[in-house]
Design a protein around this ligand. Structure first.
Ligand SMILES: Nc1ncnc2c1ncn2[C@@H]1O[C@H](COP(=O)(O)OP(=O)(O)OP(=O)(O)O)[C@@H](O)[C@H]1O
Ligand SMILES: [Mg+2]
Length: 295
């Protein structure tokens, strides 16, 4: 019997599982975003996948290049780069599979975590697979556990389905909000629909989710609207609730101070990373959150 180590090297067992399920197939571009010394790459190199790798440690990349020279001498040295995933020089959507195995827990804080995750998504082609594994105790960052890990968990669930939630899921989100809460929720889409970047898709979905969660937590409106508008240079999403009464809007400072929550702050950071903006506040007869991002 063939020695499994000779065949698969020290490949992560869950990555091997994906391989055995036929989800990583010959001919695919596999990018290891935090390759270390290449434990996950030996098989792909030998089987002539298009292998790309990055790691912020130059000695790790030196080891990967050494391995590649032995197993896949046709691959150029530039396929293996000493750089951070959040500042990678690889082009957008260059990989069918991005491996992020025990990498994200090196994040210094929530913002760094988010930029590492966004950097990983950027490298992935639409519909590709992000194999993301976190194996760590992250006790120093409460926020990480609160939003970042949640995000990663959703990312993993989502990728199992090979399906990035995005604008096409907004109508269903509005519908399930209405079904759970009993509050009428209308979904409206206007403008000429265009394909948006994967990270923008996800942001649209996350902002709608957070806006609706906030309505459940903080408001008792008569009705709700989720509006997606395709603009000439981007896309805008509004989540708005209407109470019917014309109260004076609460001062913005009261909002900042009221919950000390991370939801809107996280969404604002996400919007800024995408070159967009997020605004939120009372309208006089409810509350409105608006995300606007370039497509
Ligand atoms: N639909 C809404 N109606 C009234 N107030 C709202 C609404 N959405 C948000 N707010 C106010 O804005 C604050 C900030 O919202 P944010 O989502 O950032 O935090 P949170 O929901 O309190 O906590 P977290 O999202 O971290 O669980 C809330 O605490 C609340 O006071
Ligand atoms: Mg919230």
């Amino acid at each position: 019997m063939t020695d499994p180590v000779a065949l698969f090297g020290q490949m992560d067992i869950y990555l091997l599982d994906q391989l055995l399920r036929g989800r990583i197939r010959p001919g695919m571009a596999v990018l290891d975003a935090g390759a270390g010394h290449g434990r996950n790459l030996a098989y792909f190199l030998r089987e002539r996948y298009e292998v790309l790798a990055l790691d912020s440690a130059p000695q790790a990349i030196a080891a990967v290049r050494h391995l590649a020279r032995q197993l896949a001498p046709h691959l150029p040295a530039a396929s293996f780069r000493a750089e951070a995933v959040e500042a990678s020089s690889f082009p957008d959507h260059c990989a069918d599979v991005v491996i992020s195995s025990a990498v994200l827990h090196f994040a210094r804080d929530e913002k760094h975590f988010q930029s590492m995750l966004d950097g990983s998504w950027r490298l992935l082609r639409p519909g590709g697979m992000l194999f993301c594994r976190l194996a760590s105790t992250i006790d120093r960052a409460h926020q990480l556990a609160k939003s970042g890990l949640d995000e990663a968990r959703r990312a993993i669930g989502m990728l199992r389905d090979d399906d990035l939630p995005g604008p096409d899921k907004l109508a269903a989100l509005a519908w399930s909000f209405e079904a759970d809460s009993g509050i009428p929720c209308r979904y409206v889409e206007t403008g000429q629909s265009v394909e948006v970047r994967p990270a923008v898709k996800l942001a649209l979905y996350r902002v709608a989710q957070e806006g609706l969660t906030n309505i459940r937590k903080h408001a008792h409106p008569e009705r709700v609207e989720v509006r997606l508008e395709y603009l000439r240079d981007g896309v805008s999403l509004a989540v708005e609730d209407f109470t019917g009464s014309q109260d004076e809007p609460a001062p913005a400072a009261a909002i900042e101070a009221s919950g000390g929550g991370y939801g809107l702050t996280g969404m604002r950071e996400r919007a800024e990373l995408l070159g967009g903006t997020l605004t939120a506040g009372p309208t006089g007869c409810g509350f409105r959150v608006v995300l606007r991002v370039p497509a």
